[in-house]
Design a binder for this molecule. Sequence first.
Ligand SMILES: [Ca+2]
Ligand SMILES: [Ca+2]
Length: 267
Amino acid sequence: MRTSQLLAVALALVAGTQSGTAQYWFIDTFDTSASLAYYHVDRYAPSVFTNAFFDGSDRLQLTVNGSAPTSGTGSIQGMKRLTDTGALWGNGLTTGYSLDFYVDPAWADDSKAQLVSFWSQLKVNPADVGSDYYWPNLSYWSKTDNTATFLVYPTNTVALGDFAEVSLPLGFTAGWHTITYLMESDGNYWYVDGSLLYKDTYYYADIYKPTAVETVIIQGRNYGTNYNIYADNVQTIPEPSALILVAGGAGALLFVYRRRRRSGTTR
Ligand SMILES: [Ca+2]
Ligand SMILES: [Ca+2]
């Protein structure tokens, strides 16, 4: 199948998810302020949450309030993406999301910390019991020693314990990157720019089965200074296999296309 045909099929699949099913699909481009209405404060409010022209397009801008608390819940500043009625997605079928985020080149040598963090909340069946709820997370962390890493907060905390560092992909540079999160039957998959960065398994999978992604939270952490987080094209992935093509955008499409080429199944 030609790449253009692949895209057409994928777009048709997405169109089909928007009517007559319980799947919840959206894309927030932040090209107008309309997308902002879906976002609600999670923990502590950032000082700015708006759409702004940045780096050639209209983006989401979240400014971490450096005057806020620097420890505890008050240091965690984020916005949660809900439905148009302010609810969790809650449809049982949305299994991932992707978004673009910006790594500011100035962060690399300013001897200050910045954290750009993305949380999923997974619906669990049977219903979760307190802390058994799944909260997979991927964060980009610029440290005060001017090194940087990704952080993951796995669902399998029994195996990994807590946040764990995952090295940046080879050749990772400042600028825009695409993150894709997929909830699969055997665990969480995090892709960066179309390549798998990290996977973890569900510890309680045999008892509390995750069934859907219910929200995405875009979050910064206050280290005592203001900094801007920019994101764009926040979108859900209704089905894990076919729709990664669309949800990841052209980058994911090419990724899959290349993978097919490598495996000799290009048609
Ligand atoms: Ca945009
Ligand atoms: Ca820094």
